[in-house]
Design a protein. Structure first.
Length: 582
């Protein structure tokens, strides 16, 4: 029987305030409905709410390979609870493969392309809600950003971490392979050793195993309230991930029924502070200082690098995770998951427990009954932290008026002073490192790698890992207007702003200038007078990059400073309406 809009809705849903009404209800939607019939959908399915199930599935890397399987479980959770799932995919650029060459310029750009492409799919097809699954560094923030931008009922789900590899009796991960490249260059390991390591370092599906960017942002998804409790923990191959996927599908239908909470009810100033706290407590990736301001921007909240750094400064570092610590994400899961860290922070006054989450409960309510396990050294008690302030520190000074960031997790010395060795681009610095053309005590400066100047703000893991492989990690410092991988360790300062391409002081440094880094005081300075810098500025001009058309050119025209999240559009403050309210 044909659907009669004058009769009671056959599914019992009132779609008068759901955006899918534009493509499923009334005579004018007959052409649209004909497409749904063409795909085998029933009349009931057409007239239920339409839920976008977005994944970053691809065959580029193990981070994403399990997402399609998990999406099927999400869809089952949606359909069993009276809504209709519509699966679609978007891109990812996987840093482990993009690292150390021109491909890395695409990485940060992909975060915004992911958000934009999911937005366009949701808008174009009038989907009422979103479950987003992501597995790699930039796909996690990209998927969370678009949830806040659209403000439809949304649930985020992480695809899961990789299992640790085994190499001669020790746990290893991909960062060990990057560092082995440096060891190989100095003759410490053979061709056969390197080949044996690369074959066993990554034994399963899932994202890089340490507290690198993917696992950092997975912890953020629970701390900020966009993901179901405990959904971030299980490794990608574990079948229990499918149970959380189905529960995420069921949860998003419940959000539609209740009318919320929606992402902008969840992502608030207080929940952003909770997110920054989990990054600090776990010694997480410095990339979070880009992604949290970008998330805030989507909600119209001012929360820049310095706001993130303030939370870092007051939060103890308590999770003993790589690269600064001993364990990988699976080990955290085995002792109870991210909820254990959250509960220890909450019980000691470091979190806002009253923040609402996708469960409809507060963060504190979600954590009821969670306890810090005894007889383990993965998560330390707040009363006996690994370090009393966060594993990540913000810096500011005459070399970084717009700020910079450093991960101090694993560092024993927090002050470094030395002469600058200046390189225009990562390749020149990497070649110098591989050929041992530097001295202990040097401050290596890699510039013109910022959001505009790269373009794309590349990560420098190849260079920092090579330094560690050569045994000089911590004996030299590295400063850049680009980024570092969450797997980077050592005295490495990123996000220096303003970037060189924008006329920042980092573009005016010369070889031999003395640079002082003080991660205790939070300062970054070059020992050159303001007058001298002004003179040098008169001789400076921006450089022309090799990217003068296409996506990277477009990104360079739009992107803002790293301090504010390297965002590419005006954000919620300039909105006149939100998609969900159309």
């Amino acid at each position: 029987m044909a659907f009669d809009p004058k009769k009671e809705h056959p599914t019992g849903w009132d779609k008068s305030k759901l955006v899918s009404r534009y493509v499923t209800e009334g005579p004018k939607s007959a052409p649209h409905r004909s497409y749904y019939y063409a795909m085998g959908m029933t009349e009931e399915e057409i007239h239920q709410p339409l839920v976008g199930v977005a994944t970053c599935w691809n065959e580029a890397a193990p981070c994403n390979i399990a997402l399609s399987r998990q999406a099927q479980a999400v869809k089952k959770g949606v359909s069993e609870n009276g809504a209709t799932p519509r699966e679609f995919t978007t891109i990812t650029v996987t840093d482990g493969i993009a690292m150390g060459h021109e491909g890395m310029r695409s990485s940060l750009v992909s975060r915004d392309v992911i958000a934009d492409s999911v937005e366009l799919t949701m808008r174009g097809h009038c989907y009422d809600a979103l479950v987003g699954l992501a597995g790699c560094d930039k796909s996690l923030p990209g998927m969370m950003m678009v949830m806040v931008r659209l403000n439809v009922p949304s649930v985020f789900m992480y695809g899961g971490t990789i299992l640790p590899g085994k190499f001669r009796g020790k746990d290893v991960d991909v960062v060990n392979v990057f560092e082995a490249v440096g060891q190989h260059a100095t003759g410490q390991i053979s061709d056969d050793d390197l080949h044996e390591l690369e074959c066993v370092a990554c034994p399963s599906a899932g994202a890089c195993g340490g507290q690198f960017t993917a696992n950092t942002m997975a912890c953020v998804s629970e701390a900020i309230g966009l993901a179901l409790p405990n959904s971030a923990g299980a490794p990608a191959p574990y079948e229990s991930r499918d149970e959380y996927a189905a529960a995420s599908g069921a949860a998003v239908v419940e959000l539609i029924k209740r009318g919320g909470p929606r992402p902008r009810d969840i992502v608030t100033r207080k929940s952003l502070e909770n997110a920054a706290a989990i990054v600090a407590a776990t010694g997480g990736s410095t990339n979070a200082a880009l992604h949290l301001p970008a998330l805030a921007h989507e909600a119209g909240i001012d929360f820049n690098l310095f706001d993130v750094a303030e939370v870092f400064k007051r939060t103890p570092y308590i999770a003993n995770l790589r690269p600064g610590g001993k364990y990988v994400a699976k080990d955290l899961f085995d002792v109870g998951g991210v909820g254990v860290v959250l509960k220890e922070l909450l019980d000691n006054g470091y979190l806002h427990g009253d923040c609402i989450t996708v469960t409809g409960k507060t963060l504190a309510e979600n954590l009821e009954g969670v306890k810090l396990p005894e007889n383990q050294d993965v998560v330390y008690p707040v009363k006996n932290p690994i370090y009393p302030t966060g594993g990540v520190v913000g810096l500011k000074g005459n070399l970084a008026p717009e700020g910079a960031i450093v991960k101090i997790a694993g560092l024993t010395e927090l002050v470094f002073e030395g002469p600058a060795r200046v390189f225009d681009g990562e390749e020149a610095c990497f070649n110098a490192v591989q050929n041992r053309q530097y001295n202990e005590g040097d401050v290596l400066v890699i510039r013109y790698e910022g959001p505009k100047g790269g373009p794309g703000m590349r990560e420098m893991l190849s260079t920092t890992a090579a330094l560690y492989g050569q045994g000089t990690g911590g004996k030299v410092a590295l400063i850049t207007d680009g980024r570092f991988s969450g797997g980077t360790r050592g005295f490495c300062i990123g996000h220096v702003g303003p970037e060189a391409q924008a006329g920042g002081p980092i573009g005016l440094i010369k070889d031999g200038d003395m640079i002082r880094i003080d991660a205790e005081k939070g300062t970054l300075d070059v020992m050159v007078s303001d007058e001298e810098l002004d003179e040098r500025r008169k001789q400076w001009a921006p450089r022309k990059t090799n990217y003068n058309s296409g996506a990277l050119w477009k990104y360079a025209q739009l992107v803002g400073p790293a301090r504010d999240g390297a965002v590419t559009h005006p954000g919620a403050k300039d909105e006149t309406h939100i998609f969900v309210d159309l």
